[in-house]
Structure formats: C-alpha cells, structure tokens
Design a protein around this ligand. Structure first.
Ligand code: HEM
Length: 514
C-alpha cells in the first residue's frame, strides 16, 4: 500500500518536474542569443551567497544588491542583458540610448506590466497601476494639482513640520548640545507629517503621541489607520487569499477607516467648493469637478478613483522622500566639508528667516546634494515595463510580452556617463555641467515620469535648509555598529520598497553660529 502511494507520488513529482523543465527549456531557447544570467530556479526569495551570481532569484532583486549594477555591467553587451529564471526572462536595459528608446521614443510599445501593480490597488485602479486611456484620464486630472503655483503652501507646511521635529529633539534632551537620533524614525515622521497636511489638508498629529479623533465617527485615528493600511493593508489585500483575509481584523478595520476618512474629506470639499484650500486632495477634487464628461475616456473620476489616487500619492511620496533624506544624512556625516558648504549657502541666503518657495531655485548647492544623492542612491532602482509587441532593442529581437527592466541604479553609476561614478560629488551638478539624456532618471522619464518630481525636490530641499540652518549631523561616538561603518565607509542596506541604510544613527549637533 505504502509503496503504491509512494509510486503515485513519484509519478506526480516526475510529471511536474518534466513540465517545469520543458517550460524552462522553452524560455531559455527564446532568449539564448542574448547574453546574461540563466538560472533554472526562479522562485527563491533570497540570494544564495556562494552560488551568486549564477543562481538568480526574482529579477527585481538584482537591482537592489549593492553589487547588482556591477553584475549587470559585467554581462551586458551594448547596454542589454537578460535574467532568465525558471519560466520567465527579464531583459535588463542599462545604456542611456536604449533606455531613451524604451521610455521616450517608442514608449507606446512599452507599457507598465499592470499585473505587477495590482498590489497597489487597495482602493481600486489608479494613476500608477493603469495604462493607456484610463491612465491618461487619471493623469490629466492630477496634473493641475501638482502645478508649481501650489508649492508655496508645500514649503510653508514643510517649515511647520520641521519645527515640530525640532521640538521633539529638544524634548528628548538636545538643548544646546548634541543628541543621538535615529534618522529612519525622524525622517519617516517628518515626511508623513508633511504629506498628511499637503495631501489631505489634515493634521495627522504625527508628533503627538496622544492622538485624538472623533470617537462617534471612527474607531481609530487617521494616523493609525493610514499607517496600517499602507503597510499590512497592501500585503493582506494584495497577497493573502480572499478566504483568509477576514482573519486580519485590525488590518481590515484600518483599510475601512482610511477610506471613511478620505470619503469625508471629499464630501467636505464638494460641499465647501468655494473655500480656498490648497491640499492635493482638494485640488484633485476641484480639478475633477472642472472636468467635463466628454466621452467614455475623458470623464470625471469616481470617488473611489480619487481615493485610490490620493492613497497612491501618500505611498509614492512618503517612502521615497524618507529614504532620500536618510541617504543625505549619511553622506553629510561622511563628508563634513560638504556639509559645511551647505550650511554656508543656507546662512548666506536665509540668515535667520525661514525658507519660502522662491528660495528653492537659489539653494543651488543643496539641490546639487539632492541630485547627487538620487544618482548614487536612487530610491527606485528599477522601473518595470513590458513589450506590447515583438520589438527590436539594440541588436536583439525581443518577443511580445517580455518584461523589460529599466536599470536606473546601473546607468546612474556607469563610467560611460559619470566620472568617478561611485563617489558622492555634489559639485558635478553645479551649473553648466551637462548630462546625457536618460543617463540620470531617478524619477523615470517620458509620459510616465513621476508626477511628484518637483514636489519631492522642493520638500526635501526645504527640510534640509531648515535643519542645516540650526543643526549639523555627525556620526555618533561609541556606537560599535556605526564605528564599523565609519571605518569601512560602507553601510549595509535593506529593501522593502526602496533601498535604505540598514542601521544608521546620527548625532544632531546644535550649530554654534558666530
Ligand atoms: C525622491 C522622491 C521620489 C522618487 C525617487 C520617485 C520616483 C518615481 C519613479 C521612478 C516613478 C516611475 C515609476 C514607474 O514607472 O513604475 C514614479 C512615479 C510616480 N510617482 Fe514618484 N517619486 C518620488 C516622489 C513622489 C512624490 C512626492 C509623489 C506624490 C506626492 C509621487 C507620485 C508618483 C506617482 C503618482 C507616480 C506615477 C505617475 C504616472 O504613472 O503617471 N512620487 N516616481
């Protein structure tokens, strides 16, 4: 009896193994003319140390490895290589010329692979997850909300949130000396505070531990519900089978509550249409109300679509800016002479006043620090596309349906476009220096470029100016983990959404201005 069960089991395993090998063989055969990596296993979520780089994992991961760009360059020919794993092959594009072809010149042939973005549809299809006419409608309604004329308010809110951070530091004992801080916590909180005010026109009370809310209407604060919805909410709704989802009671409640809060904001805006408000959500509702339904494609967005878009602005805008600020702090600690130059620029321009929007253009050195950080530590290391039809890329024929990785971190650290590409040198961005189109694209390029590009740069430069006006950052003394980082000049990283420093601590030191 046992032997029959084992035999049946053996036949089943043999059948599926043969099927898998057949699928793998077909996949390999289609792309065998392209140089790159081949791995029979395509499903392991981790990297195997000794076998790497022979055994590759899911394609996205290679772009996040510290040595990923070098590995890609080592096998690429004229800016192209492949990652064949199991049943799929990704084509990795890493030369500025070919990237331009995909994201600008022939962008219609390379839409986003929508199924990969399903996880971001917690509240339904949105500006990030859709393609073609549906996306165009979302974008047309969003564009006016991101117009530069609204950024005065962004700067004012960012100044306010910076002051709340300084209050926290003082409460924690900064006084007129120094304080050991965790930039991950602080930068996450300040950008969340900003996005709450700028996105929703709502004070999320990030820096207030006793958050209040209307208990007649809600079961948790907006801050709590958003924090859960934007993390566990996405995972549970996007990855857990429908049948099991009801078990995640608190997560489900948070998803529901977040939507309720957002619906209230829409209702309020529609009722008070004439009230001057400048948060993204209100601007989006205004832009939507001004949109005339012309046909099936150009029409007003539904409340659900608006909610889904604004939730995406929160996700896309918050995590990326937080990560960028952490890398800036790390680089400033490593390069005190650059930090000093940045402080000098801030002192000269601002003296004792707070920054306003017009200062953004004038803070050239701070912008150079930001540009250089986005080059060496791009929060989005790779942008995925898919070939809509059979295409020719460089010297190669690529079949319809193939995934194309735009290797941002690789092109941005290539000697073909940047001198000493692995060094952090803000000076390379100072006026007059030119870069090749698509050799630098932290916000992507073409029609699908980031809509929050200027928004995030204005926000980051303002936070930086506010901090450096008052404080500098230094590596802490007597922290063995940081000592090792200072000694080697290398910091471990980890990636959940963006690639962040794994363990970063910095002392905030009150500036002693003469
Ligand atoms: C340092 C900060 C940021 C970086 C590096 C960044 C990077 C990017 C990149 C690379 C894309 C293209 C993604 C793709 O095609 O899959 C993108 C798209 C997008 N980003 Fe950002 N982003 C940042 C900040 C922001 C902010 C502050 C917002 C909103 C407040 C935002 C909203 C969006 C949206 C809505 C899209 C989709 C645009 C479309 O497809 O039409 N991002 N971003």
């Amino acid at each position: 009896m046992l032997s029959s069960i084992l035999a049946v089991f053996g036949v089943i395993i043999a059948f599926f193994s043969a099927k898998y090998l057949f699928v793998f063989y077909n996949n390999w055969r289609k792309f065998k003319h392209i140089p790159g990596f081949v791995s029979i296993m395509g499903f392991l979520p981790i990297r195997i140390p000794i076998l790497a780089p022979l055994v590759f994992i899911t394609a996205g991961f290679i772009h996040q490895y510290d040595d990923g760009p070098d590995l890609i360059r080592s096998v690429s020919k004229n800016g192209i290589c492949k990652l064949t794993r199991g049943s799929t092959t990704n084509i990795v594009v890493s030369s500025a010329e070919l990237i331009k072809e995909v994201v600008v010149k022939n962008q219609k042939d390379y839409p986003k692979p929508s199924e990969g973005y399903k996880i971001l549809e917690l509240y339904g299809p949105n500006i990030v997850s859709t393609n073609d006419d549906v996306w165009k409608n979302h974008r047309a309604i969003a564009d006016p909300a991101f117009a530069e004329k609204h950024f005065h308010f962004l700067v004012a809110d960012t100044v306010g949130s910076s002051k709340l951070l300084f209050e926290r530091w003082n409460k924690e004992g900064l006084g007129s000396g120094r304080l050991n801080t965790n930039p991950d916590r602080d930068m996450t909180d300040i950008t969340l505070d900003v996005i709450g005010k700028v996105n929703f026109g709502y004070d999320l009370q990030v820096f207030n531990e006793n958050r209040t809310f209307d208990k007649n209407k809600h079961e948790m604060s907006f801050f709590e519900s958003l924090s859960i919805a934007a993390t566990y909410g996405l995972l549970v709704r996007g990855r857990v089978p429908d049948m099991i989802q009801p078990l995640f009671k608190k997560t489900n409640l948070a998803v529901k509550e977040t939507k309720l809060y957002m619906q209230e904001l829409i209702d309020y805006r529609v009722e008070h249409f004439n009230e001057a408000r400048h948060d993204l959500f209100s601007l989006l509702v205004d832009s939507n109300m001004n949109q005339q339904d012309q046909d099936q494609v150009r029409r007003r967005l539904t409340d659900n679509e608006l909610i889904s878009d604004v939730f995406i602005y929160l996700l896309a805008g918050h995590e990326t800016s937080t990560t960028t600020l952490q890398w800036i702090i790390y680089e400033l600690c490593l390069n005190p002479h650059i930090q000093q130059k940045a402080c000098d620029e801030v002192d000269q321009l601002l003296s004792n006043r707070d920054p306003v929007f017009e200062d953004y253009e004038k803070l050239e050195y701070l912008r150079a620090i930001l540009d250089e950080t986005l080059r060496l530590h791009p929060p989005v290391a790779m942008v995925p596309k898919v070939a809509r039809r059979d295409v020719t890329l460089g010297d190669y024929q690529i079949p319809k349906g193939t995934y194309i990785d735009i290797a941002i971190s690789t092109v941005q650290t290539s000697e073909d476009y940047f001198e000493e590409p692995l060094k952090w040198i803000p000076e390379r961005w100072i006026q007059g220096k030119k870069i090749t189109t698509c050799s630098y694209l932290p916000f992507s390029f073409g029609l699908r470029r980031c809509i929050g590009n200027v928004f995030s740069m204005v926000e980051t430069v303002t936070i930086l100016a506010m901090i450096l006006k008052n404080y500098t950052f230094e590596f802490p003394k007597n922290d063995p983990r940081m000592d090792e980082i200072i000694r080697t000049g290398k910091i471990d990283t980890y990636t959940l959404v963006t690639k962040k420093p794994k363990y970063l601590r910095a002392d905030v030191v009150v500036r002693n201005k003469k």
